[in-house]
Structure formats: C-alpha cells, structure tokens
Design a protein around this ligand. Structure first.
Ligand SMILES: Cc1cc2nc3c(=O)[nH]c(=O)nc-3n(C[C@H](O)[C@H](O)[C@H](O)COP(=O)(O)OP(=O)(O)OC[C@H]3O[C@@H](n4cnc5c(N)ncnc54)[C@H](O)[C@@H]3O)c2cc1C
Ligand code: FES
Length: 274
C-alpha cells in the first residue's frame, strides 16, 4: 500500500498527490512514469513522476480528471493509501549540457516538464520555460518554474494572465532569433505536434513525451505502439520521450481515441452511481 501524504487541488479538474514511495523515489529519473492501480477493482493508469524527493521518500503526481479512473481517484485524501504504484517505468530523459534549452509545458504537461527543467538547469544549461494554460485560475507551479528558469514566459489562451495566446507564439519568437539548442515540449498531442512544426524549419531538435494508451507499461501488450520515422516503437520502453520531428502524430491521435465509446460509458456509469 502507498500512503498519500499530501494533496493539493490546483483547479476543479487538476489535483496533486505526494505519495510515500521511498524505493520509487530513490530510483526515479526525469522523464519516467509510474502505473497507478488505486484499488483492486480499478483500471491501471500511467502517470508521469512530476517530482521525487529521496530525503522524504516521496513521489509527486499531478492528475487531470478526464475519465472514470482519474475522477474516482479524487476521493482519496492525505492519510489514505492506494493499492499499488509500479515504477519507475520508461527511459529516463537524456540530460546533458546542450547550451540553451527551451522547456514548453502545455496545461497539465507543465507538471511532467518540471523534473526535466530542474535536471537541465543543474546540468549547466541556460533554461527558458514557456508554460501555457487556458486561463489564470488554473496556473500552477509558477514559482517552481521561476526558480530553475533563466527566463520564464507564462501564456494564457484568454489573456487573463501573462502573454495572451498559445505556447507556440513565444516558441516561434525564440527559435527564430537563433541560439536555441534543444526544445522539450510536453502537453496534449496537438500541442506537441504544433511545437514540432514550429521548430522544424529551424532544425532545432525537439523532444516530445508521448502519452499513448498503455496497459502493462513493460513492452509486452503492444498498446502503446507508435510509428517514429521508419520504426515501430513502444512508448513505455523506448520512450515516452521521442523525436517530435519524426513521430507519426496523425496515427497516434487516431489510436488514442480507439476506446472513446467505452470510456464514455464507464464515466457515465460511475457518475450515475455517485
Ligand atoms: C507515459 C504517460 C504519462 C502520463 N502522465 C500523466 C500525468 O502525469 N497526469 C495525467 O493526468 N495524465 C497522465 N497521462 C494520461 C493518463 O494516463 C490518462 O489520462 C488516464 O489513463 C485516463 O484514465 P481515465 O479512466 O480517467 O480516463 P478514460 O476515460 O479511460 O480516458 C480518457 C482519455 O485518457 C486517455 N487514456 C485512457 N486510458 C489511458 C491509458 N491507460 N494510458 C494513457 N492514456 C489513456 C485517452 O486519451 C482517453 O481518451 C499519462 C499517460 C502516459 C502514457
Ligand atoms: S504499454 Fe504495453 S507495450 Fe507499452
């Protein structure tokens, strides 16, 4: 059992858990994820390790309510325990001194980009962060980002805070001025694809973190298959980080929707049982 020691509500649809998991915290590296199985009757869902603290023996997860399981999990409070957390899974991000690294986080993607930002800063890079939200009320972790960023740009879709517009606007500005050595983009698939299209003409290497539907997280079931260049990759063991310029996003978007019908039924059943 894994005890939740802290919970923070970021918005009506986003919450954070800090969980006691000393072995996972010890082994975690930026870019990795866990699979959470909160009760014996629940689905297993992959979640990025948004932070880890070896001193406290904890990992931090930031969760967005999108369907039955993520909604079901909102009822847990500090002191409660969840059944199982498997991890760390996936390949750790490739952290080294590249020069200037731009980190782009869109919505919930802001959480998984954070451990990479910290690691790139600690590796001696000049770090520029662009974090984008729909509106001011759902901005989170601004101070954490400011601490490890040489420059921080916050955008909101509605202009209620920071720069008005999408994260791709400041990204375009930065890469067109030159001097950017690497871009890391994490967020919804359409946002990651848009970031990769912005950097493509400038030839700036762009890493995205893919979130295909995962089942086992160990490369056995094939659910997280993605086409990258001329190769078939499994995001759970070859990723989740991939080269955004060669990911087949069209295929991935279609595969991501393959259980839509059943997910809607499960959520409806769950809501009507409450
Ligand atoms: C490597 C990885 C890291 C992730 N990190 C985070 C994170 O830090 N925070 C977060 O909120 N979400 C994260 N996700 C997505 C999260 O796993 C899904 O939102 C969750 O599984 C949805 O479950 P549900 O029952 O609430 O919704 P459902 O109704 O089952 O699904 C809603 C949507 O979520 C996606 N989804 C459903 N099941 C899965 C699955 N098993 N794997 C991946 N996507 C799925 C699909 O796009 C689906 O349309 C990550 C996914 C991956 C693969
Ligand atoms: S989740 Fe099963 S192969 Fe990746």
């Amino acid at each position: 059992m894994y005890k939740i020691i802290r919970k923070e509500i970021f918005s009506p649809t986003t919450y954070m858990w800090e969980i006691e998991a000393p072995d996972i915290a010890q082994a975690s590296r930026p870019g990795q994820f866990v699979i959470v199985h909160h009760s014996s009757t629940s689905e297993r869902i992959p979640l990025t390790i948004a932070d880890y603290n070896t001193g406290r023996g904890t990992i931090t997860l930031v969760i967005q309510v999108v369907g039955k399981t993520s909604k079901e999990m909102t009822s847990y409070e500090p002191g409660d325990s969840i059944l199982n957390v498997a991890g760390p899974l996936g390949e750790a991000s490739h952290i080294m001194k590249f020069g200037t690294v731009v980190m782009v986080g869109g919505g919930l993607g802001v959480a998984p980009v954070y451990p990479q930002l910290r690691a790139f800063k600690e590796a001696g890079n000049h770090t520029i962060s662009i974090v984008g939200f729909r509106s001011k009320e759902i901005v989170f972790w601004e101070e954490r980002f400011r601490y490890f960023s040489d420059e921080l740009i916050v955008t909101t879709d509605d202009g209620s805070y920071g720069e008005k517009g999408l994260v791709t606007e400041p990204l375009k500005r930065l890469v067109s001025h030159g001097g950017v050595n690497l871009v890391i983009a994490i967020g919804p698939l359409v946002m990651m694809r848009a970031c990769a299209e912005v950097t493509r003409p400038f030839g700036v290497k762009t890493i995205v973190s893919l979130n295909p539907i995962m089942v086992d997280g160990t490369g056995m079931c094939g659910s997280c298959r993605v086409s990258v260049g001329n190769e078939v990759k499994f995001a759970c063991i070859d990723g989740p980080d991939m080269d955004g310029h060669i990911v087949n996003f069209d295929e991935l978007l279609i595969r991501q929707r393959r259980f839509d019908k059943y997910e809607k039924i499960a959520l409806k059943r769950f809501d009507s049982s409450q």
